[in-house]
Ligand binder design. Structure first.
Ligand SMILES: NC(=O)c1ccc[n+]([C@@H]2O[C@H](COP(=O)([O-])OP(=O)(O)OC[C@H]3O[C@@H](n4cnc5c(N)ncnc54)[C@H](O)[C@@H]3O)[C@@H](O)[C@H]2O)c1
Length: 253
């Protein structure tokens, strides 16, 4: 086992990459608290992952909720070694039409969610170190047509990550962001916004731009093992990075 008795919080644990991360951490011997707002699927993922996983409702865009749930969960775990902050939300609207409420929702969940969870994790890790894994996006690097707010929010997450990686290194806390291209319910929703014509062009483009396999990867097979590595002692000398797990779509310099 690669993560024996590690105490880990996974946000966004009810779906997609977060759910695969919960399963992988439990298999590797960690004690995992999975947080999400989709309670039915969150509880199901946790139950299927075994006794070492508990599920807790937590809206990461609420400072109060994050503080309250993290305090309770960390007390139950007996500490915090790793925060995998996977929770995120994408919306698709032409840039010129984005209303305030949608901009705020996208920034509250993706950016403030990162601020709140990372700040609380820092307090728990300050004395003995730890790993924080945030989620960026290719949208935050290249931009993504139809999601200017999401692209801007993910760029903010990666800028935050690089900065706190520098500030918190002296506490032996590493902070990295993952840049995925993984087939999840979020990607299904992204596809559902396309017309049949756009979808066939998109699929052809993916065949061209993803050298490994020509399509987005599988959560359990393609990204969960990377999440295990980033949570383990072997990743102790990696910080401030945006790590692309995308079949080679973005080759970061
Ligand atoms: N799938 C990809 O290819 C891709 C690409 C780039 C970035 N990402 C990022 O990876 C992360 C995981 O995405 P995914 O594809 O697994 O998406 P997903 O939609 O399958 O899962 C996201 C989870 O976050 C949860 N969530 C949303 N708002 C929340 C809130 N306020 N509080 C707590 N939980 C909340 C959702 O309920 C869901 O369970 C996200 O941050 C996403 O932006 C994914």
């Amino acid at each position: 086992m690669l993560l024996p008795d590690k105490k880990i919080i996974v946000t966004g644990g009810a779906s997609g990459i977060g759910a695969a991360t919960v399963r992988a951490y439990a298999r590797e011997g960690a004690r995992v608290a999975a947080l999400d707002v989709q309670d039915a699927s969150g509880r199901r993922v946790a139950a299927e992952a075994g006794d070492a996983v508990t599920y807790h409702h937590c809206d990461v865009s609420s400072r109060e909720a994050v503080h309250e749930v993290f305090a309770r969960v960390v007390a139950g775990l007996g500490g915090l070694d790793v925060l995998a902050h996977v929770a995120g939300l994408e919306r698709g609207t032409p840039a010129e039409d984005i209303p305030d409420e949608e901009w705020d929702l996208v920034f509250d969940v993706n950016v403030k969610g990162t601020l709140y969870t990372n700040q609380v994790a820092f307090r728990h890790m300050q004395a003995r170190g730890g790993h924080i894994i945030n989620f960026g996006s290719g949208a935050g690097i290249r931009g993504q047509r139809g999601s200017a707010h999401y692209s801007a929010a993910k760029a903010a997450v990666m800028g935050w990550t690089r900065t706190v990686a520098q500030e918190w290194a002296r506490y032996n806390i590493t902070v990295n962001s993952v840049v995925p291209a993984i087939w999840t319910p979020m990607y299904d929703a992204h596809r559902a916004r396309m017309s049949p014509g756009e979808l066939s062009i998109h699929d052809l483009a993916m065949q061209h731009v993803i050298p490994l396999g020509g399509r987005l990867g599988d959560p359990d097979r393609d990204i969960a093992p990377v999440m295990v590595f980033l949570a383990g002692d072997g990743a102790r000398f990696i910080t401030g990075q945006a790590i692309a797990v995308d079949g080679g779509m973005i080759m970061l310099g």
